[in-house]
Design a protein around this ligand. Structure first.
Ligand code: CA
Length: 238
């Protein structure tokens, strides 16, 4: 099963959550304040972080922001403040989901399952797309086998790095990637220390070369970039 990091300074609650997650077969790491949460995230490479807002030394919002700079690990925020939910889920903080305190353990476990189900579905979609040599998105065509991209049938001349960056983004529509993450995936650098402006300049050039389609590469404030999902008319599912 998964490794989950539980960050909550109320020890009893933290341990209660841990026990229930362990009962579900997960392996659980615990942290009780902000800085140790960041250290544990680096050390344990969790598949999910359950993060309380109110924490000593560094609050959950700041921990979330910092985690987001380095990774796309799903983050479930616990908050007592329903009025702040927009900020928690918004680009400002970048959590994936939230629960308002007080919550039932059953509710928490259901939320955790839902997050993992979502990841699994994305993973399946990702791997089947990875096997597909051709990514098609509206007027944009990305041929992974041939390393070529075209818009409305017109070939777009890209450098190898520009191409790899575009293919990664298009393959994961709607997913926000941190600059550090892109730097590592596309350039193969270990993140930390290296200049993430490289990513910015490549994105700028990509946008220019792709023309109107380039607008789909969106800047995610405080995080990095994502390839926007195609705009659909608002239907009943929305
Ligand atoms: Ca707390």
């Amino acid at each position: 099963m998964a490794t989950i990091l539980v960050v909550e300074d109320e020890r009893e609650l933290n341990t209660l959550i841990r026990r229930h997650l362990e009962d579900e077969g997960h392996s659980v790491a615990q942290a009780f304040d902000g800085p140790s949460a960041l250290a544990a995230a680096q050390h344990d490479h969790p598949d999910l972080v359950i993060l309380d807002w109110m924490l000593p030394r560094l609050d959950g919002m700041e921990v979330c922001r910092r985690l987001r700079r380095e990774s796309i690990v799903p983050i479930l925020m616990l908050t007592a403040r329903a009025d702040e939910v927009d900020r928690v889920l918004g680009l400002e903080v970048g959590a994936d989901d939230y629960l308002t305190k007080p919550f039932s353990i059953r509710e928490l476990l259901a939320r955790v399952r839902a997050i993992f189900r979502r990841i699994e579905l994305q993973g399946q979609a990702g791997s089947s797309e990875a096997n597909q040599a051709l990514l098609q998105d509206g007027p944009l065509r990305v041929d992974v086998g041939e390393h070529t991209a075209s818009v409305d049938g017109r070939t777009v001349e890209l450098t190898p790095k520009e191409f790899d960056l575009l293919a990664l983004l298009v393959r994961n529509p709607g997913r926000a990637f941190a600059r550090d993450y892109l730097l590592e995936k596309v350039w193969g650098y270990d993140y930390g220390g290296l200049d993430t402006r490289t990513v910015d300049t490549h994105v700028l050039r990509l946008r220019k070369k792709l023309g109107p389609v380039g607008d789909r590469i969106e800047t995610v404030w405080g995080v990095g970039y994502r390839f926007a999902r195609p705009r659909r008319p608002v239907g009943p599912e929305a």
